[in-house]
Write a protein that binds this ligand. Structure first.
Ligand SMILES: Nc1ncnc2c1ncn2[C@@H]1O[C@H](COP(=O)(O)OP(=O)(O)OP(=O)(O)O)[C@@H](O)[C@H]1O
Ligand SMILES: [Mg+2]
Length: 228
């Protein structure tokens, strides 16, 4: 050691070096996590800050908010285009509350488009789509969409329990008249899902993409409305 470092100092130095290893690894780990967190946070902010293309606009009939929707639908000379290309041209129809209507047509004829205009997933021109005689553009979105059950052409299920999927968008405070459990039970009965659920092992198991048949998947998403 040429008398520069005593054996004790050498041992101590090595001990300190060993003690430093873990904090250095941890520092790298935390830095990595922070940077990934920042990147994810920026992506989340983009979603949170996004302005919805369809929102409650001027002329909104706030007074109607408390009245339940009966469900009469009328479409008056509706012409709708995506990017300047007409998909629906001069469509008029009327479905009274309680009536059932099936729309049949070839692929690409605009059936989904027509249905998407009812809950304003796309914005119909003013004066063309009416629910209970009121222009859907004058109806508060929460009231309109709260009254519509919608089975999407491509059913989407969250990897949550079946109950969470059925009750997506329903919160306990949402509806003072009935509990969330009652809401789930009622909606499952409408979609004839209750009998299928009895055949599943624990009914609250998480629902992964391949857990059910296409029909079960579709019916699990059926009671869900498109959300406010
Ligand atoms: N978001 C969109 N942007 C642009 N064009 C669209 C969009 N959605 C649908 N289209 C076009 O509008 C037309 C009607 O589509 P739509 O999905 O309404 O038809 P459909 O009758 O539901 O067909 P299918 O029987 O296949 O479900 C098609 O030509 C389609 O390519
Ligand atoms: Mg379609």
């Amino acid at each position: 050691m040429r008398h520069r470092l005593t054996l004790g100092e050498f041992v101590a130095f090595n001990a300190y070096l060993t003690m430093l290893t873990w904090p250095m690894i941890a520092f790298g780990w935390v830095t990595n996590m922070l940077q990934r967190g920042t990147a994810s946070w920026k992506r989340m902010l983009e979603v949170i800050d996004a302005q919805p293309a369809v929102a409650d606009g001027p002329g909104l009939d706030e007074a109607s908010a408390g009245t339940p929707v009966r469900g009469g639908i009328e479409i008056r000379s509706l012409t709708f285009a995506y990017n300047g290309v007409n998909v629906l041209t001069d469509i008029s129809l009327r479905v009274d509350a309680g009536q059932t209507m099936a729309i049949v047509g070839p692929t690409g004829s605009g059936k989904t488009t027509l249905v998407n205009l009812l809950p304003r997933l796309y914005e119909p021109p003013r004066g063309t789509v009416f629910v209970d005689g009121m222009d859907v553009r004058d109806m508060p979105l929460s009231r309109l969409r709260g009254a519509i059950g919608y089975v999407a052409q491509e059913p989407f299920l969250f990897s949550e329990s079946l109950g969470d999927n059925v009750a997506f968008g329903v919160t306990d405070s949402d509806d003072g008249r009935r509990s969330r459990t009652d809401a789930i039970a009622g909606a499952s009965a409408i979609a004839r899902l209750d009998t299928d659920v009895r055949d599943f092992r624990p009914a609250t198991t998480r629902w992964s993409g391949s857990a059910g048949s296409r029909s079960q998947e579709a019916r699990s998403s059926a009671p869900r409305s498109p959300g406010p």
